[in-house]
Ligand binder design. Structure first.
Ligand SMILES: [Zn+2]
Length: 314
């Protein structure tokens, strides 16, 4: 029995989310359906491995597609934050795109870095609990736990809004982050492009997140982001991550860590979600703030827009 089969056996079949929650919440996969989707893509030819285990023992799934030659590889991270499910869907849409049309470069994809958070968000959806979840099972924000510019002290807004999570005891203290940094530590400059798929507002974020100013390659990164934005219809805002909340730095972000390792990264806030002034049912429902009604349409668009950037394809 493979690790993935063992994980599937540990989770009883449940009604699909589409039948369990009102339809306007979207047609998203339950955690168990995600595991089934991972197994299906392995059968279709994506090279699957388990890079680590989450705090609660769930597999950190890693896909590899394209040639085995490592030089010029791309890295894709999805699902770092618990409720940003459209990022997971977009990572899987990239896997599907690369299965359908084989890339000339190697692409490594971690579609779901926070499985425990995903499961917590799912449990809230099923129980009609309108709760905000972001961190992993240790209460650590997995996007503040990376080596570059990591700080032990929570930024001001995370001390006020405690549900946003802590930075962790030290960089890579969390097994979900360590699963990726182990691979990056062992790599020898073979990763050249990268993306991390989030979801809050439509934005393409560039380094730095943890310090003032712009990196020397900012103009080149901005040109890549403009290309991605053009393929998305030009509706996204491109900015340095530290300008997201002016005066508030995000220390220990994946974006800065990938960049410090010589990777050209773009953090994608995939979608606008369903929050609407005109629909009061969305006001107090945090999960809906992050996720559009139709994940398939948006995920396919995001994957198609990112592919030329990641693979240096025309
Ligand atoms: Zn996020």
């Amino acid at each position: 029995m493979t690790d993935l089969e063992a994980a599937l056996r540990a989770h009883e079949p449940e009604p699909s989310l589409a039948s369990d929650v009102p339809i306007e919440w979207g047609r998203y996969a339950s955690y168990r359906e995600l595991l089934q989707g991972f197994a299906l893509r392995e059968r279709e030819g994506a090279r699957l491995s388990i890079a680590g285990r989450s705090v609660q023992g769930e597999p950190i799934v890693r896909f590899e597609l394209g040639p085995e030659t490592k030089a010029g590889s791309a890295l894709v991270l999805g699902g770092i934050h618990a409720m940003e499910w459209i990022g997971v869907e977009s990572a899987l849409a990239l896997v599907d795109s690369l299965l359908a049309d084989r890339p000339a470069r190697r692409v490594v994809i971690y579609p779901l870095l926070n499985p425990d958070g995903y499961r917590a968000a799912e449990a809230n959806l099923r129980a009609r609990r309108f709760r905000f979840v972001r961190a992993n099972a240790n209460g650590v924000d997995l996007n503040r736990n990376w080596h570059t510019d990591w700080r032990p002290r929570k930024p001001f807004y995370q001390r006020v809004f405690t549900f946003l999570g802590t930075p962790g005891a030290r960089p890579s203290s969390e097994p979900e982050v360590a699963a990726v940094t182990r691979e990056l530590d062992a790599s020898r400059g073979e990763f050249v492009r990268g993306t991390s798929l989030h979801s809050f507002g439509g934005m393409l974020l560039l380094p730095y997140g943890g310090r003032f100013g712009r990196p020397p390659d900012y103009d080149a990164l901005h040109a890549h982001a403009r290309g991605v934005n053009a393929r998305l219809g030009g509706r996204y805002t491109i900015r340095a991550s530290s300008a997201w909340v002016p005066g508030q730095f995000a220390h220990g972000m994946e974006l800065d860590d990938l960049h410090a390792r010589g990777i050209s990264p773009i953090l994608v806030e995939c979608a606008w979600g369903q929050l609407s002034l005109w629909r009061p049912s969305t006001w107090l429902h945090p999960w809906r703030w992050f996720n559009p009604v139709d994940p398939e349409v948006q995920a396919t668009r995001i994957a198609a827009a990112l592919r030329p950037f990641l693979l240096d394809e025309p």
